[in-house]
Design a protein around this ligand. Structure first.
Ligand code: 1HA
Length: 270
């Protein structure tokens, strides 16, 4: 596909094609393990994808066909987090997880090869996951001295159930694509050479749909688990819709025209 580069980065690719933005971790020699810099770049790209009115769907993936993402780069793990060139330890992937949940457009994880540790959690928080037949899933935290008790635990449990989620974290086993399909952890499994075709096919189906309906659905699915923050997102979308109405515009117009608002003509629905 003729992907066009939106912006050049050092550790990711950020590309556009027909309504779709693709954010791809580009460290295949490390199975696409992330550093603070990788996450900083992904965060900026996600924000640009959010602001870009051409973009209706975001694909999250990894380059090379052998790994989606193997989590935090253990070789830069320091005292209190993953350390970049500024010598500051960071767990900034948690902010990226929030961005993936907050962006009012569907995010699809396109998973080839390893989705492990913090890389597994990244696919978990995406709206949809499409896996190649070579995909392998798992958490490693208790083995390598880490854990993600946020979405990595609670949202995983919503997806696969409490027993299975505890098994995944306590045993640190690896699961193949069919296992993942069976436990509802991925939406579809396809041969590796059809992964991008299938993912773009799903993107096209989504892009034909009503953007506001999709936006409201994403916020609604999030609201239950995200508590007050989820309700805030859903309520914000309700405000967006209200601002589109004549009734809300009467409030603003009357203020600017220094007169009393007249809401009498607006219906009081049963
Ligand atoms: O838990 C969190 C967080 C929790 C809260 C808040 C923030 C968090 C942020 C991050 C994380 C984490 O991600 S912790 C979990 C970190 N990840 C792992 O424990 C996975 C480590 N990797 C592996 O277990 C294996 O590499 C593998 C099962 C994915 C693949 O095995 P395989 O096919 O045998 O390949 P392997 O030879 O191990 O890997 C290829 C190269 O990639 C190796 O480099 P080389 O020896 O050739 O120089 C390997 O060291 C490197 N590599 C793979 N994964 C990582 C890595 N290097 C650094 N960090 C990695 N994660």
């Amino acid at each position: 596909y003729p992907w066009e580069t939106i912006k050049e980065y050092s550790e990711i690719l950020f590309q556009y094609y027909e309504g779709v933005a693709k954010i791809s971790i580009n460290r295949p020699e490390k199975h696409n393990a992330f550093t603070p810099q990788t996450i900083k770049e992904m965060s900026e790209a996600m924000e640009l994808a959010r602001q870009d009115e051409r973009v209706g769907v975001v694909i999250l993936t990894g380059e090379g066909g052998k790994a989606f993402c193997s989590g935090g780069d253990q070789s830069v793990r320091g005292h209190g987090g993953y350390v970049g060139e500024d010598n500051v330890p960071r767990l900034n992937v948690l902010d990226l997880q929030m961005q993936i949940r907050r962006i009012p457009k569907p995010v699809i994880a396109m998973v080839a090869g390893w989705a492990i540790g913090g890389g597994h959690v990244l696919h978990v928080v995406c709206d949809l996951s499409i896996a190649a037949d070579n995909a392998r899933f798992g958490q490693t935290g208790p083995k390598v001295g880490s854990f993600d008790g946020g979405f990595g635990a609670s949202y995983l449990a919503r997806i696969v159930g409490q027993k299975k989620a505890r098994e995944i974290w306590y045993l640190c086993d690896q699961y193949d694509a069919q296992d993942a399909l069976q436990m509802g952890l991925v939406n579809k499994v396809v041969p590796l050479d059809q992964l991008e075709d299938m993912t773009l096919d799903w993107c096209r189906k989504i892009l034909e749909k009503s953007p506001i309906a999709l936006r409201m659905l994403k916020a609604s699915f999030n609201a239950e688990l995200d508590g007050q923050a989820g309700i805030q997102q859903l309520a914000g979308d309700a405000t967006l819709l209200y601002y589109l109405s004549e009734e809300a515009k009467e409030g603003k117009d009357s203020f600017l025209q220094k007169r009393k608002p007249d809401f009498s003509k607006f219906p009081k629905f049963p």
